[in-house]
Ligand binder design. Structure first.
Ligand SMILES: [Fe+2]
Ligand SMILES: [Fe+2]
Length: 482
């Protein structure tokens, strides 16, 4: 039942799968690096055993990256997860690539790390790298309650690719940052999501993902933060980082697809129950009520907004000027790509009021990225509202106000309602149960999480997907349980 991966991808850029660590970076030409990575590999595998998917499986129908070319970059087949080939892939190199922004604009992209930017670049890579294994840890127990084999397979696909993204960052650390990089690579396996002593670096990656509604919200909102962070690193003057992120974005698209269509299917089932049962409360008929969906959305959206950092940041201004981290779709921006003379408005709290203030464009880059992210998030909400509208229902979902439930940035010290109304501590305490998931909501959602591990069957709280994976039908045997 296990299909072999072709030893070489379809074109010259493919990885050699007969190697211990499949890669398209010519690892065999650098024995030192190869040894360093080969000695990290067993530590990765024991981390995966301990912190990776807990549900025992025989094999899973997975996509494995084999190539970076435009066509045929992935191979699909049943593999035992412990034998998954976590490879190292960089997008093809453009030998003429030049730096697209900041003070080095127009100079050739860097193939090595400039000494003066070493610690900043290492930090950026570590922060990105830390999120990858964190999400695997957060999702560790979800297999036991999967609503179908199709969903189970998607969970595992996301998990193995986040594992590969960790490899991608560890490769950069080990290849370009010497001993410091090797230590950071070990630390990426030492920190754990939610750990008291050594938690993951960013808040949202220490939250629990205890149920599948949370998983879909996480892959919609939090993986989407990843998309935007990777988008800024893809612009980096440090070419190996740029090429690594470009390839990761390709895989990331599927993670967001899982989130988008997962929430589609929850909303669709809820709408169906509301119409069939002529009720506003799908929760009374085995579905997830729209109010609960809205609360989960409020939570995941607001913690993901925090991931973009404060409204203004001199660090980020410096990263931009140095060429380490660009803007989302930098080359489509119609300005000088230096921003030294530009201004922009950012959200701020002035005399207890939520207002906009003008700041130097360079210091407002976190806000710029967060705004791109917010408008992208809105597109999902529009989709879900169309499902409600098509069912003939008047209810709608919405993104809460930017000041709602924030722990980072200008609004960290205040409380605001989802409509953006400022609240006293008392008003917040009284209202929060209507806006964020309560213990009752969470317990109810968890009560629905009964595993459906039978081929072609699906749990009652979610609609089946319109299509299967890679042209297979929904009732395909995506996973063989152990
Ligand atoms: Fe990732
Ligand atoms: Fe992801």
């Amino acid at each position: 039942m296990t299909t072999a991966i072709p030893a070489k991808g379809p074109s010259g850029t493919g990885a050699d799968y007969t190697e211990k660590i499949p890669n398209n970076v010519g690892l065999h030409e650098d024995r030192r690096l190869q040894r360093a990575l080969e000695s990290w590999q067993p530590n990765f595998l024991s981390w995966w055993q301990e912190m990776g998917p807990a549900l025992p499986t025989h094999d899973v129908y997975l996509r494995t990256a084999v190539n970076v070319g435009r066509e045929g970059w992935a191979h699909f087949g049943h593999v035992a997860m412990r034998d998954y080939r976590w490879g190292i892939f960089l997008a093809e190199r453009d030998p003429d690539r030049r730096i697209g922004f900041g003070q080095h604009m127009g100079e050739p992209a860097w193939q090595q790390v400039p000494g003066e930017y070493r610690s900043e670049l290492r930090r950026l890579i570590v922060i990105q790298g830390d999120t990858e294994p964190a999400s695997v840890e957060q999702q560790r127990n979800l297999g036991a309650t999967a609503p179908s084999l199709y969903d189970l397979r998607n969970l595992f696909q996301v998990n193995v690719e986040e594992g590969r993204h960790l490899w991608a960052m560890v490769y950069l650390l080990q290849a370009y940052f010497g001993r410091d990089g090797r230590e950071e690579a070990e630390d990426l396996l030492r920190r754990n999501s939610g750990s008291e002593d050594s938690p993951r670096i960013l808040g949202a990656f220490n939250e629990e993902t205890p149920d599948w509604l949370s998983f879909f919200m996480f892959t919609y909102f939090t993986d989407r933060d990843g998309k935007y962070q990777l988008g800024t690193l893809k612009e980096s003057a440090f070419d190996p980082l740029s090429r690594t992120c470009e390839f990761m974005l390709k895989e990331e698209a599927h993670h967001m697809f899982v989130g988008t269509t997962g929430i589609d299917r929850v909303v669709q089932r809820t709408a169906q129950l509301m119409v069939e049962q002529d009720t506003n409360d799908a929760g009374e008929h085995g579905g997830i009520g729209l109010d609960v969906i809205q609360k989960y959305l409020n939570f995941h959206y607001s913690v993901s907004l925090d991931l973009f950092g404060g409204e203004t940041s001199t660090n980020v201004a410096n990263y931009y000027t140095a060429g380490l981290k660009g803007r989302w779709l930098e080359d489509r921006r119609k300005d000088d790509h230096k921003l030294t003379d530009d201004a922009m408005s950012v959200d701020a709290l002035v005399d207890g009021e939520i207002v906009q203030t003008e700041v130097a464009a360079l210091t407002g880059l976190n806000t710029d990225l967060r705004r791109e992210y917010i408008s992208d998030c809105q597109s999902g909400v529009n989709r879900w509202n169309k499902i409600l509208a098509d069912a003939g229902l008047p209810q709608r979902l919405k993104l809460p106000h930017i000041a709602f439930n924030r722990k980072v940035g200008a609004f960290a010290g205040i409380e605001a309602s989802p409509d953006g109304e400022m609240l006293s501590a008392d008003e917040w305490q009284r209202g929060r149960g209507q806006w964020l998931p309560t213990d009752v909501d969470k317990t109810y959602v968890r009560s629905l999480m009964q595993p459906v591990h039978e081929r072609g069957k699906i749990a009652a709280w979610i609609a089946p997907p319109r299509n299967g994976i890679n042209g297979k039908s929904f009732d395909y045997e995506y996973v063989h349980l152990a």
